[in-house]
Design a binder for this molecule. Structure first.
Ligand code: BTN
Length: 251
C-alpha cells in the first residue's frame, strides 16, 4: 500500500496545525507497517495513523502486540528527523506525552520502564515501537499502543499478570479519541521543548532506578538513562552503557 491509501477525516487531530496528514482505519494489519509503506514523510509536522483494531500488531524484538480488538489506542506517528541520533528524543517525547495523557484522561500515574514500556502499578499498560522508514528517507515511525477500554481478561493468559489496562485500573472507560488528541498535542510540544528539561522529566518517570537488573548477559544495578538514551548498569568493574534492551529486574 502506498501514498494512494484513503486519507480519512474523522480524526480528533485533523485540525491541529502541525498535523500534515491523518489516516484513520477501522481495521488494518499494523499502523506501523502502513506508515512504513508510505513513499514520503511529512515536511516539518506529523502524519498521524490510527486504527480501531490491528490484525497484525507488532511489538519490540519481533513480538506480536495484542491489539486485534476495539478499545485500545493503536497509533503511529511519522516524524521528520534529520539525524538517527535523534531517535531517543522521539521515544522520550512520545513516552512522556503518553504519561501526561494517561494522567489527565484517566488519573493514572504512569512510569517508564526503559526502553519502551509504559507502566502503571508495576504492570505494562502500553509500549512504544520506533522504526526507520526506508521508503521515506529522514522519517521515523513512532508507534504506540495503550490498553484502554477492555479488561485484562481480554489479553492472552500469559500476559494477564504482567499487563494492565485503563479499565482494569480505574473501573471506568475513557474517551480514546481524547487520549489520542492529548497524546499527539503533548508529543509535538515535548519534541520541540528544552532537551535538558525533557531529560529530567524522563528520568523522574523511570522505574527501577537502584534495583538489581540484567541487560543481555550483564548484571548490575540499574543507574538510569543518559542524555542519548543509553541505560547505565553499575557493575562490579564500573559502569556499562546499553543502547537497547530488554532490561530485566531481578529480586
Ligand atoms: C511493545 O510494547 O513491544 C511495543 C508495542 C507497540 C505497539 C504499537 S500499536 C500501534 C503500532 N502498530 C504496531 O504494529 N505496533 C505499534
Amino acid at each position: 500500500m502506498g501514498d494512494a491509501a484513503p486519507e480519512m477525516n474523522r480524526s480528533p487531530v485533523k485540525d491541529l496545525p502541525f498535523v500534515e496528514r491523518v489516516y484513520e482505519f477501522d481495521e488494518i494489519d499494523s499502523t506501523n507497517t502502513f506508515a512504513l509503506s508510505l513513499n514520503s514523510g511529512p515536511g516539518t509536522g506529523l502524519y498521524v495513523i490510527s486504527a480501531r483494531r490491528q490484525t497484525g500488531g507488532r511489538g519490540q524484538r519481533g513480538n506480536s502486540f495484542c491489539s486485534s480488538f476495539d478499545g485500545g489506542l493503536w497509533l503511529s506517528l511519522v516524524v521528520p528527523l534529520a539525524d538517527v541520533g535523534e531517535h531517543f528524543r522521539v521515544n522520550r517525547s512520545l513516552a512522556l506525552a503518553a504519561c501526561d495523557a494517561l494522567e489527565s484522561t484517566a488519573g493514572l500515574r504512569c512510569g517508564l520502564k526503559w526502553p519502551n514500556d509504559l507502566i502503571v502499578n508495576k504492570r505494562k499498560i502500553g509500549g512504544i515501537l520506533l522504526e526507520v522508514s526506508t521508503r521515506a528517507p529522514g522519517a521515523v515511525v513512532a508507534g504506540i499502543g495503550v490498553n484502554a477500554n477492555f479488561g485484562t481478561d481480554a489479553l492472552p493468559v500469559e500476559l494477564r499478570e504482567l499487563a494492565t489496562t485503563v479499565l482494569s485500573e480505574t473501573g471506568r472507560p475513557i474517551d480514546v479519541n481524547g487520549l489520542l488528541h492529548r497524546l499527539v498535542t503533548g508529543f509535538n510540544r515535548r519534541l520541540h521543548a528544552d532537551a535538558e528539561r525533557e531529560g529530567q522529566a524522563y528520568r523522574d518517570r523511570l522505574v527501577g532506578v537502584g534495583a538489581a537488573a540484567v541487560i543481555g548477559d550483564t548484571s548490575g544495578t540499574f543507574a538510569g538513562v543518559d542524555a542519548s538514551g543509553r541505560a547505565c548498569l553499575k557493575c562490579a568493574d564500573g559502569e556499562r552503557f546499553f543502547f537497547s534492551g530488554p532490561l530485566r529486574f531481578v529480586s
